[in-house]
Each structure stands twice: as C-alpha cells, then as structure tokens.
Design a protein around this ligand. Sequence first.
Ligand code: UT7
Length: 318
Amino acid sequence: MNICGTGSSLPKFELDNQRLTTFLDTSDEWITTRTGIHTRRVITDETLLGMGLEAGAKALEDSGLEAKDIDFILCSTVQADTVTPSLACLIQAGLGAQCAGVDINGACAGFVYALDLAGALIDSGRARHVLVVCAEAMSRLCDWTDRSTCVLFGDGAGAAVCGPGEGYLRARLTSRGDGEIMYMRPNPGNSPFATAAQPYAPMHMAGQEVYKFAVSTVPKDLLALLEGAGLTPDQVDHYLLHQANKRILDAVRTRLRQGEEKFPSNIHCRGNTSSASLAILLDELNRAGHFRKGDLLALSAFGAGLTTGSCLLKWTKE
Ligand code: UT7
C-alpha cells in the first residue's frame, strides 16, 4: 500500500489560551509549559461531515483520483455527528463515491488503525483504493468546566487516499483494555428494562497515567517496529507522533536520541485532535513539501482504550 494523497480541514474559530482564562481557573503559562499548546481550532457551526468531506475531497484531488475510483471508505472517529448512519456512509454520498464504508474507533490511534486496515484491504486485493478520513469533535466530548482536560483538545479532520504499492512497511497495533484511565459515556437511553445503565459522563482522563503510558509505550513500540524491519532510529527521516503534549514528543525524541528537526509538530496551534491529529499533521507536511520521495516515516499514536498504533512507511509521492 502507498499513500497517494492527503487532505485536511479545520474549523475557522481559533481558541487561544487567553480566552480559556476568561472562564477557567488556568493560565497561558500553565498550558504552554505543561503541553506546548497555544491555540486550537474548535467547532462553531461546522460539522464532522462537512470537515470530513472537505478533507476527503482535498485528498482525492492530491491523489489525482476521483470519487468513483474509491473502493472503500474508512472513517475514524470517537463520535460522529450521528450514531447511525455512519460518517463513512454520509461521506460516500457527499463525495459521490459508489462504495461501502464503515466507521472505526481506535481513539487517538485511529489513523494508524485505519491505515493498517486499508493496507489489509489493498494488499489482499479486496480494494484498489481506500479513502481514510479521520474527523473529530473533541470539543463536544469534553467537560468545559474541567480545566484538566478541555484545554488540551481541538477539532478537525484529516484524510489520506491509499492505493497499491510497497510503501507501507509494517505496523504494530496494541490494546491494553482499561475502562478507568480515559473514558466518556454516552446518554444511556431510557429502556425501562436496563438495570445496569451507567449515566452520561463527559471525557474523563487520568492525565498522569496516560502520560506515563505514552512515554513508556511509544518508544518501545517504535524500537520494536524498527528492529523487526532491520532498521535503526537514525534511519528514520521523520517521526510523526500523535500531537498530545509537547513534553511527550520531547521524551520520546530523547529516548530515541534523535534531533528535533526529525519530529515535526503542530501541537502549538492544533492541540490534541484525537485520531485526526496524525492525519492533519501528515497533510500539512505533505503540502509544505516536507517529504522527499523515498523518505522513511515512522508514525505513532496512543489513546483511550488504551490503544497504541505505530507504523513505518516509505513516502512514495513525487
Ligand atoms: O490523546 C491522548 C490523550 N491524553 C494525553 O496525552 C494526556 C497525557 N497527559 C498529559 O499531557 C499531562 O498529564 C497533562 C497535561 C494532562 C497534565 O500535566 P501534568 O504535568 O501531569 O499536571 P498534573 O495533572 O500533575 O497537575 C498538576 C497541577 C494540579 O494542581 P495541584 O494538585 O498540583 O495543586 C492540577 O490541578 O496542575 C493543575 N492543573 C491545572 N492548572 C492550571 C490541571 N489542569 C490545569 C490547568 N490550568 N488547565
């Protein structure tokens, strides 16, 4: 599988740290030093469908393909605009594609999960081109009175068109099931028969637990992936890590003994956009001409679940 096109879309409203201090007991200094985030985009009148369609259309344009060329659509989202139908079905209709699609939820690792599934479909011959769209509205899931979570997240969508080729080298997906460290519970409905329904709960996160999980697991996953491929950390040209916290990026980079220039980041202006994070970063770098044909990319993400997803891929676009 190769990545043959990328796209992204962001809400227009830019929420800076200063604005957060008008309704939360927080400060620009705390958020900046603890996370590296200065601003993030947050949905006002946008929808995930609108952003997903824009990101998908841009990825198609970048790949030189048309909607009719897509054989399957994989959408990654923690929660779409509608519980049903899936975002993938609405994107199929909106783009005018004539194929099936399905939503997946791998939390913040969702882009790598979706790439891996796209690779399986393409490499097995079940599909020639797969459109992956990651669209997230974390601002809908957060408790905006909880300063320990709502300052971290942003909204947005990123997409990639995947096609046949040898670029996708190998992946490592893991899950360590844990329902306490990070969770959100939806409205339980009103069945008169449910005796164990749990009430609605907005995003809850034990930040330090996730932090420790990330800084121990991400380097381990990357080193295992590289070792399996017979490569060393020095041979990777670009490390694209889930944009959750600048301190996590720095800890992973130090562990791998690599220079900052190999760890491009947009966390300062995007915040954590869950599974869209890596897809948006990939698109922004692609459009900035950051990659050269033949470059080796290592992608790695972690999130609720707890999940991790890492992969190695050669950049095959001109
Ligand atoms: O996509 C996966 C998602 N999650 C993550 O990647 C999160 C990983 N974790 C982290 O990034 C960090 O743990 C956080 C940024 C969430 C928190 O940073 P920390 O250095 O671990 O801070 P902490 O949770 O230990 O809190 C330190 C203090 C606490 O006050 P006390 O108990 O020391 O008095 C918090 O109440 O900072 C306080 N605090 C804040 N203060 C100002 C927590 N949030 C804020 C805030 N503004 N927004």
